[in-house]
Ligand binder design. Structure first.
Ligand code: PGA
Length: 243
């Protein structure tokens, strides 16, 4: 099936629909494996999942999560790490077991890097594979830290961050010079191995990125275009991003 393009009237509507899909998955399969993303884009989905947990008892006790990526050279408890961000947005507010939440370890020594990346891939497979992968689209078309040039065969690895990726993070870090220069990301092939892929894009600044994702044949110059190769991928947007 080609990439499904799903337009909602508002961002909140889109977030509710995606959160409800995740909730339905978790209710049907209490051991579901979720592929999670950081950034502004998924915040409302996480807020809605927290609400469903509190108000309807949505149970994450047996759910496993794997995040897309993490910065290198930041300790896990660094306020700017994606681990800290996930704790603040989701992990700290639902009954996910800490041992069931996985992010790459950006502090791993060079000598251990390859083993760590292989183990991260293996852990997703041992968990049964990712049931649903959430994605945002970066200004340069990246998915995870799969920056332009990343091909469809890439797996979990260390990457140098693109100048725009670092520029977009500069505000959060209080200056671009403080943004790490590298990260560890799952690969395009890892993302495409998920059973479902849900790409979210909200607001007018995402409209050109959405247009390019829909118009581009799968190509490493625009890594988000690779989701078009997936059999169950949806690009979920609000009206502003659809323009
Ligand atoms: P954003 O980032 O959600 O903060 O816009 C998207 C991304 O870089 O993947």
């Amino acid at each position: 099936m080609p990439l499904v393009f799903e337009i909602h009237a508002t961002r909140a509507d889109a977030e509710r629909v995606v959160a409800e899909e995740i909730a339905a998955l978790v209710r049907a399969k209490p051991t579901a494996v979720l592929g999670l993303a950081t950034g502004d884009t998924p915040t409302g989905v996480y807020r809605e999942l927290v609400r469903l947990h509190r108000e309807t008892g949505l149970d994450f006790a047996r759910v496993r999560t794997f995040n897309l990526d993490e910065y290198c050279a930041l300790a896990a408890d660094d306020a700017h790490s994606f681990r800290s961000w996930m704790n603040a947005q989701l992990f700290g507010h639902v009954n996910l077991a800490p041992a069931h939440t996985h992010l790459p370890d950006g502090t791993v020594a060079d000598a251990e890097l390859e083993r760590h990346c292989r183990a991260y891939e293996q852990a997703t497979e041992d968990a049964g594979g990712i049931d649903l992968q959430l994605l945002g689209i970066g200004r340069n078309g990246h998915i995870g830290f799969n920056e332009p040039g990343a091909d469809v065969y890439t797996r979990t690895r260390r990457v140098e961050l693109h100048a725009w990726t670092r520029a977009d993070a500069a505000h959060a870090f209080g200056g671009i010079e403080r943004v790490p220069t590298a990260g560890i990301t799952i690969g395009v092939a890892t993302i495409l191995a998920a059973r479902r892929v849900r790409v979210l894009a909200f607001g007018a600044r995402k409209a050109p990125l959405v247009a390019r994702t829909l118009a581009t044949e799968p190509d490493s110059a625009w890594p988000a275009s690779f989701v078009r190769l997936h059999a169950d991928a949806r690009l979920v947007v609000d009206r502003a991003a659809a323009r």
